[in-house]
Design a binder for this molecule. Structure first.
Ligand SMILES: Cc1ncc(COP(=O)(O)O)c(C=O)c1O
Length: 394
């Protein structure tokens, strides 16, 4: 494996996490989903500003459970509006739950759904809008959120890579009906692998907890639901009522111990990430790179190099410069750029014209990001900007 001088992420599981984990292992003999998981869920809900959360083993699992829940809540609806620029599990979960994904382009200011284009796609068939808050930006405007509320349109938020971004102080992930987070190693906070489903709805929370644990009724921890369901299923062992279609997507006490430790430093880390981003935006050349992001309420995930104009030759020079300076990068940003270009969606591709996805296509071919994290030495950011200054446009 290549070792980079500036990797995408570094030291995201630190000595404090390791110490907390060792201490827990020494005194505990229960490691499966238990009180630490419950504690972490409570702390997370408080931090986010919602009533309920369910800790799962990944962001992709959070996506899957959420879309399975949507199918139960919206039996007569067939479509879910999604951005073409997102992670693949956002789309896989939609298709896997029996919905048709309706792809919409993004805007460059926040890399999220183009709201004007979304409005044109909303119909009687729409079960939900599945928004991705990409790369640390807030993916929705106040006006559009109000519009969705007025029209009673179900909003699912994927904030897997945008922990702590907020719309006028209210955090992404607390704006819609239900939200998903990832705690994979490279994210704002990590439990190595892990994810969260958050909501203010008791019904959604009960379904999430059951679907996480084989679909078992007792997993819902919802006493009124449990007693009602038990009395109408007297032929079943009351401990083994598989009440809803379920999976095993639980996480462990070990991951929750890391989560409880990490959440203590999350706000501080977000501030450092944003400070790094400001330094980068101040110093990066503006003649070739797009920098007019909507920064209000953002919680930067990574540092973007997005070309202003399509220029394959220039993009190649930038890649070469990064490689020769041992800086790791990801082309196309979140999840491999335009999802419609990915082989797993070959059947959907035929129904779309890439000309309707100008910004997603631009991100796919002319953007990349490099890592931003609390441990990053700020002199590296200045050095990167100087390296970019030396690149000739001709
Ligand atoms: C926007 C988005 N959604 C979902 C996921 C899936 O999360 P995980 O890797 O924890 O499964 C990711 C992963 O990076 C992501 O960035």
């Amino acid at each position: 494996m290549t070792k980079f001088d500036w990797p995408l992420m570094s030291n995201n599981i630190n000595q404090n996490d390791k110490k907390a984990l060792i201490k827990f292992i020494k005194v505990s003999d229960k490691f499966t989903n238990g009180t630490k998981v419950e504690n972490f869920e409570k702390k997370w809900s408080k931090w986010l500003g919602v009533k309920y959360s369910t800790f799962v083993n990944s962001g992709a699992s959070a996506n899957l459970i959420t879309l399975k829940i949507l199918k139960e809540l919206k039996k007569n609806k067939t479509e879910v509006i999604v951005p073409a620029f997102t992670w693949n599990s956002d789309i896989v979960s939609v298709v896997n739950s029996g919905f048709k994904p309706i792809f919409v382009d993004i805007n460059l200011k926040n890399l999220a759904l183009d709201e004007k284009k979304v409005i044109k796609k909303i119909s009687k068939r729409t079960a939900a809008i599945f928004l991705t808050h990409a790369m640390g930006f807030v993916g929705i405007s106040k006006n559009f959120l109000n519009y969705l509320k007025k029209k009673n349109i179900f909003l699912i938020e994927d904030a897997c890579e945008s922990h702590g971004s907020n719309l006028n102080g209210k955090k992404s992930g607390a704006l819609g009906e239900v939200s998903n987070f990832s705690f994979y190693y490279s994210h704002h906070m990590s439990t190595i692998e892990g994810g969260m489903i958050s909501t203010n709805s008791k019904k959604i929370d009960s379904l999430a907890k059951m679907k996480r644990g084989h679909g078992l009724l007792r997993e819902s921890k919802n006493s009124s639901l449990i007693s009602k369901a038990k009395s109408s299923h007297k032929d079943l062992n009351s401990d083994f009522i598989f009440f809803t279609e379920g999976f095993n997507l639980r996480n462990t006490e070990l991951s929750a111990v890391i989560g409880l430790e990490q959440i203590k430093r999350l706000n501080k880390n977000i501030k450092i990430r944003n400070r790094n981003h400001q330094l980068f935006l101040k110093n990066i050349r503006k003649d070739i790179f797009f920098t007019e992001f909507d920064l209000k309420g953002s919680s930067n995930y990574a540092l973007h190099l997005i070309l202003k104009k399509k220029d394959k030759n220039l993009f190649k020079k930038i890649l070469n410069a990064l490689r020769s300076n041992s800086i790791e990068y990801r082309i196309g940003s979140a999840g491999g750029g335009n999802q419609l270009r990915q082989p797993y969606l070959k059947d959907f591709k035929k129904r779309y014209n890439f000309k309707d996805f100008v910004n997603t296509e631009h991100m796919h071919f002319y953007s990349l990001y490099v890592g931003n994290y609390p441990d990053l030495n700020r002199s590296k950011i200045i050095k990167l900007c100087k390296i970019m200054d030396k690149i000739s446009i001709k």
